[in-house]
Design a protein around this ligand. Structure first.
Ligand SMILES: Cc1cc2nc3c(=O)[nH]c(=O)nc-3n(C[C@H](O)[C@H](O)[C@H](O)COP(=O)(O)OP(=O)(O)OC[C@H]3O[C@@H](n4cnc5c(N)ncnc54)[C@H](O)[C@@H]3O)c2cc1C
Length: 383
């Protein structure tokens, strides 16, 4: 069968774009694994942290906030964001590192300095002597990633789109304005390929004879451990540590933590590294009052970046009808609603949606050749 758009990869990025495109043409979403969301999407910390990432990422996050506050009615009957708040701790001697974050404070996205006593009230598992200074961001929230992903999949089906799983694309051939796409046991045809293959985006590009964007998958390791027996930590904020990139947050009545490791690796079904887990467990017990004998759960996921740490969304410069939706790094969950809409507009040769333009984002800021293209961002805009 022939489709207008074939999307490679049913992580959140590909699913959001497929859903948005399904309002405008026939869509096939192809996933290599048996279930959608098996890779990065199913392994995130599920946080909406609007001040993280490059200025472009932050502008995209701002554009996503409206979607999260007011998702389509078909999505879910409960809120997709739950405010948790974020605490950022500067270890003694590193207090100056909070200045950049404080400078991002703006109406509706405040960042407040708070004293050590208040920080300890908010996160009573912290050790007072490990806090040099602290700031609080009320706008940091948990994202219900499963509800978001399922919402897009449901809406995709409702709009007539098709999802096939367990089909790893291993050949892409472009002739006469039409792509022929092969998996070991199926063949499809499509006008436009949307490459949302996560850590494998450069591999998929190679199948199509498209030059790589230099994607580097980076491993991040996380653990979940028990909290303190007589302390309810469920409402605690997320706690980030400026000097190390490490963080922890409540996960129900337990604690999820990561050292913020980012080791470059090959694209793969990544497993956690035992040494990294040991370092993480040691760090967590040093920085907090937690004391645990066993790790409840551990995992690793890939966050994939290009050299400037911003996402790549747009048609390839050299090969026609090949569209990139890649390099979401550590922000792909919160960016998905905005990048899905951006991809659906650009893949149809339309202007970016108004909510992106309102943030000062131009199509050239998202394209693969942006470094070689003069910046179009006006100084009075936000990026
Ligand atoms: C530990 C960790 C914490 C994170 N925390 C956050 C957070 O708090 N907030 C946030 O916004 N982001 C976070 N992220 C980042 C976020 O998870 C990713 O940016 C996002 O999930 C990327 O989604 P994706 O759809 O691009 O990639 P993926 O979810 O990896 O999906 C890509 C899909 O493409 C498929 N595929 C690949 N090759 C082929 C092929 N040849 N044929 C068919 N299918 C193929 C894969 O099987 C995969 O399912 C975190 C990531 C990690 C690892």
């Amino acid at each position: 069968m022939q489709y207008d758009f074939l999307i490679v990869g049913a992580g959140l990025s590909g699913t959001a774009a497929a859903c948005e495109l399904a309002s405008h043409g026939s869509v096939l979403l192809v996933e290599a694994e048996a279930t959608p969301g098996y890779h990065a999407t199913g392994r995130s910390a599920a946080l909406f942290t609007p001040h993280q990432g490059t200025p472009l990422v932050q502008a995209i996050n701002r554009a996503s906030a409206a979607f999260f506050a007011n998702p389509p009615a078909e999505f879910t009957d409960h809120p997709m964001l739950s405010l948790r708040g974020g605490l950022t701790i500067a270890e003694p001697g590193h207090e100056h590192l909070l200045q950049d974050l404080l400078a991002l404070s703006a109406p509706g996205r405040e960042v407040h300095p708070i004293d050590v006593e208040t920080a300890l009230k908010l996160a009573p598992i912290l050790r007072a002597e490990r806090i040099g200074a602290a700031v609080h961001e009320p706008g940091v929230a948990d994202i219900d990633v499963a509800a978001l992903h399922q919402g897009y999949l449901r809406l995709l089906k409702h709009r007539g789109g098709t999802l096939v799983c367990g089909q790893r694309i291993n050949a892409l051939d472009h002739q006469g304005g039409l792509w022929t796409v092969r998996t070991p046991d199926a063949q499809f045809q499509a006008r436009v390929i949307v490459n949302a293959a996560g850590a494998w985006a450069d591999h998929v590009a190679a199948l199509a004879g498209v030059l790589p964007i230099g994607l580097v998958p980076k491993r991040r390791t996380a653990i979940i451990v028990d909290g303190l027996p007589d302390l309810d930590t469920r409402a605690m904020p997320t706690v980030d540590f400026t000097a190390t990139d490490a963080y922890f947050k409540p996960d129900g009545d337990r604690i999820m933590a990561s050292l913020g490791d980012q080791d470059p690796v090959e694209a793969q079904d990544i497993r956690p590294d035992e040494w990294e887990i040991a370092l993480l467990a040691d760090w967590l017990q040093h920085e907090t009052r937690l004391s645990f004998k066993r790790i409840g759960h551990s995992w690793a996921g890939l966050r994939s970046f290009v050299s400037d740490d911003s996402p790549v969304v747009g048609f390839d410069d050299a090969v026609p009808d090949f569209f990139w939706l890649a390099a979401q790094g550590g922000y792909g969950i919160m960016m998905a609603p905005t990048l899905g809409r951006a991809a659906a507009a650009l893949a149809r040769h339309q202007d970016l949606p108004v909510e992106l333009m309102a943030q000062g984002i131009d199509a050239v800021d998202l394209c693969r050749s942006r470094e070689a293209t003069p910046a179009t961002v006006r100084p009075d805009h936000a990026i």
